[in-house]
Design a protein around this ligand. Structure first.
Ligand code: ADP
Length: 175
C-alpha cells in the first residue's frame, strides 16, 4: 500500500489542483491532500472553509474513495511520516515553480531520506492558474470560467458580497 501526500495552501482550490489530485490518486492506494496551516499567514479562506471546499470539490472526481482531505502544521516531512506517506506529490507549472520546488524536495529528503518527491506536469490548460490569480480575478470581477469548481465561485461571491461577472458562464463551463 503506497500513500502519497499532496500538500498546498489551497486558498482556494482551483481546477489545476483538482487535475493533480485526480491524476495522483490514480497512481497510489491512498492520497492525502494536506492543507498547510501556518498561523503567521492570513489566508482568504479559513482552514475550515478550505477543508470544506476541497471535500465538496473532490465529490466530482470519479474514483475518489482513496482521497482524504487533511491539514497539518509544522514540517511536512514530519506529518508525512506520521501518516505513513512515502511520496510527496507536487504540481509543476513552469520554470518559476521549479527552483522553489527543487529546494523543497531536497530539504524534505534531508529531513527524511525515505521520502520521495514526484512532480506532475500541469495540464496545459492550467499553466497560468494559481489561487492568487483566482483571487485577483474575483476581486476585479473578471470571469472565472473553467478555472475553479462551482462551490468556490459561490464562496467567492459570498466573500465579496456580490455576483461575480460571468458566474453563470463559468458554472456552465464546469459541466
Ligand atoms: P497556488 O497558490 O500556487 O495555487 P498551492 O500552495 O495551493 O499554490 O499549490 C499546491 C501545489 O499545487 C503546488 O505543488 C503547486 O505547484 C501545485 N499547483 C498549483 N496550481 C497548479 C496548477 N494550475 N497546475 C498544476 N499544479 C498546480
Amino acid at each position: 500500500m503506497t500513500t502519497y501526500i499532496y500538500p498546498g495552501s489551497f486558498d482556494p482550490v482551483t481546477n489545476g489542483h483538482l487535475d493533480i489530485i485526480r491524476r495522483a490518486s490514480a497512481m497510489c492506494s491512498k492520497l492525502i491532500v494536506a492543507i498547510g496551516h501556518n498561523r503567521q499567514k492570513k489566508p482568504m479562506f479559513s482552514l475550515k472553509e478550505r477543508i470544506a471546499l476541497l471535500n465538496a470539490a473532490i465529490e466530482n472526481i470519479e474514483c475518489n474513495q482513496n482521497i482524504e482531505i487533511a491539514s497539518f502544521e509544522g514540517l511536512l516531512a514530519t506529518y508525512a511520516r506520521k501518516r505513513g506517506a512515502t511520496v510527496i506529490v507536487k504540481g509543476l507549472r513552469a520554470m518559476s515553480d521549479f527552483e522553489y520546488e527543487f529546494q523543497m524536495a531536497l530539504l524534505n529528503e534531508h529531513i527524511d531520506d525515505s521520502l520521495e518527491t514526484i512532480f506532475l506536469i500541469t495540464n496545459i490548460k492550467y499553466t497560468y492558474l494559481s489561487s492568487s490569480a483566482v483571487k485577483e480575478l474575483a476581486e476585479n470581477n473578471a470571469s472565472l470560467r473553467g478555472l475553479v469548481p462551482d462551490n468556490v465561485i459561490e464562496e467567492l461571491e459570498q466573500k465579496y458580497g456580490r455576483r461575480l461577472s460571468n458566474a453563470a458562464d463559468a458554472r456552465a463551463a464546469n459541466h
